[in-house]
Design a protein around this ligand. Structure first.
Ligand SMILES: NC(=O)c1ccc[n+]([C@@H]2O[C@H](COP(=O)([O-])OP(=O)(O)OC[C@H]3O[C@@H](n4cnc5c(N)ncnc54)[C@H](O)[C@@H]3O)[C@@H](O)[C@H]2O)c1
Length: 369
């Protein structure tokens, strides 16, 4: 386990005492769009003191200075780690930098939360987990959707046995035309893939979590690129993406088999000729089923096929979910509370994604070790 901290109650209390009045000195690697969402969420966590930021781009460092008053700013994260020695780091770079930045931060003695996906592939994820173990530091993956009230409701239902043996799960992370027109999301070399690794990962992580995190054993799948790599005059919310550097898939579909006998199907797209965008999963078990949106549980009760919804669920907006994921990370660093999404959760999801990409390349089912 990456979460190597001793987690007895007495030790947690001792740690709380030790850190009373102290702050968790946090630094950012990658000061782009999502780092700003994180900074706003961290503002609600009084134990956190944001001490430094690193980004290759001077204009992003300028934003950190002018908008958030961050003073210790670096072009080179290695130098930042050496000079600032932060207690914790949040990695908000493109996917290809997640592993090297995380490993460098762990080796410099910092706890790390990395944005999703955990990395480009399972090999990198394993290296990150190993580095965390060696450094005896926390490693957390920024999977905010498992904190969503709907996800939590369905996981509780699963834990209470309401679904029985889970047979089939269908995940949808579909955009009709939503190719990011910022960053490097269209470049396979820097991102590892397209919609499957970028947005499919969100629905996969929450569905896999609700399933009880079974072990994936085999994958089939196919990915296609047919729209993103050419100019387009279609009116859409995010026009003018960089089609010349676009090397990722537009559409990915995959089938995953688990050691429990369950099968999961995933459909994910940046661009596809479909009726509308979809963001959901449905689950079918022997005793019951569910859908995430709207959160509903399907069972037979007293001779009636019954659909159950919650009388009350808290709102699960983006800002709140970010606050929850960062709160969990800070609590793990300072008070040794368990991480909700440790490196092991990240690598399991990454193996599913990697399996679909490998199967598409090989044109056959591949095994997942
Ligand atoms: N959790 C979520 O819902 C969510 C949402 C959006 C993005 N993300 C993830 O966050 C990450 C960043 O996405 P973004 O939208 O902020 O992208 P972005 O392009 O806006 O920001 C990335 C920043 O990283 C910087 N960078 C690149 N290489 C670097 C290096 N070697 N050292 C330091 N800085 C470097 C870039 O200059 C850029 O400013 C991605 O992995 C993405 O998947 C997560």
């Amino acid at each position: 386990m990456a979460d190597t901290g001793v987690s007895t109650e007495s030790f947690a209390a001792e740690k709380k005492q030790e850190f009373q009045g102290k702050k968790l000195r946090m630094a950012i690697i990658g000061c782009g769009g999502i780092s700003e969402t994180q900074i706003r969420a961290l503002g609600a966590i009084p134990e956190v003191e944001l001490v430094a930021g690193a980004d290759l781009k001077p204009d992003r460092l300028e934003v950190m200075k002018s908008r958030y008053g961050l003073k210790a700013l670096y072009r080179d994260y290695h130098r930042m780690l050496k000079e600032v020695r932060p207690d914790a780091v949040t990695v908000c770079t493109p996917n290809g930098v997640h592993a090297p930045a995380t490993i460098a931060a762990l080796q410099a003695g910092a706890h790390v939360i990395t944005e999703k996906p955990m990395a480009m592939n399972p090999r990198q994820c394993q290296a990150m987990i190993d580095a965390a173990k060696k450094a005896r530091r926390k490693l957390c993956v920024g999977f905010q959707y498992r904190y969503h009230p709907a996800t939590q409701m369905l996981r509780r239902a699963r834990d209470a046995g309401m679904f029985g043996r889970i047979m089939f799960v269908k995940c949808l992370a579909l955009r009709r035309r939503g190719i990011p027109n910022w960053g490097v999301f269209g470049q396979k070399r820097l991102q590892g893939g397209g919609p499957m690794i970028d947005i499919g990962v969100h629905v996969l992580e929450m569905a896999h979590y609700v399933m009880g995190s079974p072990k994936p054993i085999a994958a089939t799948g196919k990915v296609w690129t047919y729209l993103g790599n050419q100019p387009s005059s279609v009116v859409s919310a995010w026009p003018n993406w960089d089609w010349k550097t676009y090397t990722v898939e537009d559409l990915a579909v995959g089938h995953i088999r688990f050691d429990t006998g369950a099968v999961l199907q995933i459909e994910s797209s940046f661009a596809a000729h479909i009726e509308r965008d979809q963001w959901n999963f449905t689950l079918v078990g022997e005793k019951g089923g569910c859908t995430w949106d709207p959160p509903t549980i399907f069972t037979d009760q007293a001779g009636t096929m019954t659909n159950t919804t919650a009388a009350f669920l808290p709102k699960g907006d983006f800002a709140v979910l970010f606050e929850m994921k960062l709160r969990n990370f800070v609590d793990a660093c300072l008070y040794h509370k368990p991480l909700e999404a440790p490196g092991e959760a990240g690598i399991a999801v990454q193996k599913i994604i990697d399996g679909v990409y490998r199967a598409s390349q090989a044109n056959r089912e591949v095994t997942i070790n």
